[in-house]
Design a protein around this ligand. Sequence first.
Ligand SMILES: [Ca+2]
Ligand SMILES: [Ca+2]
Ligand SMILES: [Ca+2]
Ligand SMILES: [Ca+2]
Length: 241
Amino acid sequence: MWKPIVGDWDGDGRDTIGLYDPYSARFLLWNSNSSSPGSAIDFAFHVRLPDWIPLVGDWDGDGVDTIGLYDPFTAHFYLKNSNNANPGDVIDFGFHVQLLGWHPLVGDWNGDGVDTIGLYDPNSAHFYLKDSNNAWTGDVSHFGFNVRLPGWLPLVGDWDRDGISTIGLYDPGSAHWYLKNRNDPSAADLIDFVAGSQGWIPLAGNWRSAGAADRAGLASACLDRRATDAVHGEFREWLWV
Ligand SMILES: [Ca+2]
Ligand SMILES: [Ca+2]
Ligand SMILES: [Ca+2]
Ligand SMILES: [Ca+2]
């Protein structure tokens, strides 16, 4: 199953779509959001990584988002500073624990222009946010909601455009979105109700223009590769007011 991703692949300030195929570790990245997005940046590592999770972030703060991969069996992160299959610029670190079911996160939690990693534990609704991309645990901030939120999915965005990424949660069961402008366990700043279909994946990005706030979106998880090698799927976005 191909996985939807979003990022600013060309550094123009606008996020656009991409797709990741876990069966060949292949990335397809488009620089426009349209149904016929034209030619994609297309590269693959030609290994089968069925359970690894694709990541996107600006790991070096140059304004261009690049890819990463997360191995949930060892809580290991592989972050690359260019969008190609050359392994020469991979930042590579791990926590040597098995965190099955946890979700990796990416955001600029301290507003310094560099994206760093985080993790979300769905069993305790706990977020762990780190300000550097290494295995040191001294800069982890964590908070939780002390409730069980089975099936809820985390997302990250700069909803108020202050340069700091904050968390959100999407409940696919009720189609409720809870977005926060601070990384703490206080109540959500924005609650909305927009349903996707079964299995849709929540996304966030600045789809509009450079300097705009991030907005939420949904992508179909039913992406498949047809005989023509074209990738079919659906992305939807809407405006938060
Ligand atoms: Ca862009
Ligand atoms: Ca970058
Ligand atoms: Ca940062
Ligand atoms: Ca913010």
